[in-house]
Ligand binder design. Structure first.
Ligand SMILES: C[S@@+](CC[C@H](N)C(=O)[O-])C[C@H]1O[C@@H](n2cnc3c(N)ncnc32)[C@H](O)[C@@H]1O
Length: 195
């Protein structure tokens, strides 16, 4: 069977260029200085499509362009999106609008100042520290903070999902619900539940 490829186009204008990422009927546009969706985002978006989110309170930590927030909102969730990068918060609001949905996007560190949720997703900055430590890619503090605090931000019966790589130094414990092999690493989504 042929591998499913995610769909991206690059549009070139006289003033510069933009990338567009497509997932089903959703299109998100790139924003300067904001993580553009890749295999990890697509893997997470496909996983979210299988969740029942109607009427659920959902949190997207590290929202980037807002791709996962838009997928969750389209599935009927009331979505709060957070990022530590102000440009990602603005980008998420812009992409939510162009996709005809509303999200509440907040500039914060992981989930500081927020309440509790039925579903929390985090496509984390999972690469280990290296020469370049852009928080788009690498932030062990954020992963540690998420794993330490996620229980307090989940409602009873709630579920959190974090995406990390085999390269990630801080590994979550929980049920592995998805894996994907890439050339140099394996991605996985780990479920953390609050009974
Ligand atoms: C791998 S990207 C995922 C972006 C998007 N969710 C996606 O799936 O395409 C990780 C995101 O986490 C954000 N991030 C890094 N540290 C953070 C923190 N302490 N709190 C909130 N967001 C953070 C980055 O700015 C980046 O947008």
């Amino acid at each position: 069977m042929a591998k499913k490829k995610f769909k991206v186009i690059i549009e070139i204008y006289s003033q510069g260029w933009k990338m567009k990422f497509f997932h089903q009927d959703i299109t998100v546009e790139s924003c300067d200085g904001v993580y553009f969706p890749r295999e990890d985002s697509e893997m997470f978006a496909d996983f979210i499509e299988e969740l029942d989110l109607v009427g659920k309170r959902a949190l997207d930590v590290g929202c980037g362009t807002g791709i996962l927030s838009v997928v969750m909102a389209k599935k009927g969730a009331h979505v709060v999106s957070t990022d530590i990068n102000e440009r990602a918060v603005e980008c998420t609001l812009k992409n939510a609008k162009t996709n005809g949905i509303a999200v509440n996007a907040v500039l914060t560190d992981v989930f500081d100042g927020l309440g509790s949720f039925d579903v929390i997703v985090f496509n984390s900055p999972y690469l280990p520290p290296g020469d370049e430590n852009d928080i788009m890619w690498t932030n062990e503090h954020a992963i540690e903070k998420f794993l330490t605090g996620v229980g307090e931000h989940l409602k009873k019966g709630g579920r959190a999902y974090i995406l990390v790589s085999s390269l990630t130094r801080v590994q979550p414990t929980g049920r592995v619900v998805r894996t994907k092999k890439l050339d140099f690493e394996e991605l996985k989504i780990v479920e953390i539940s609050k009974i």
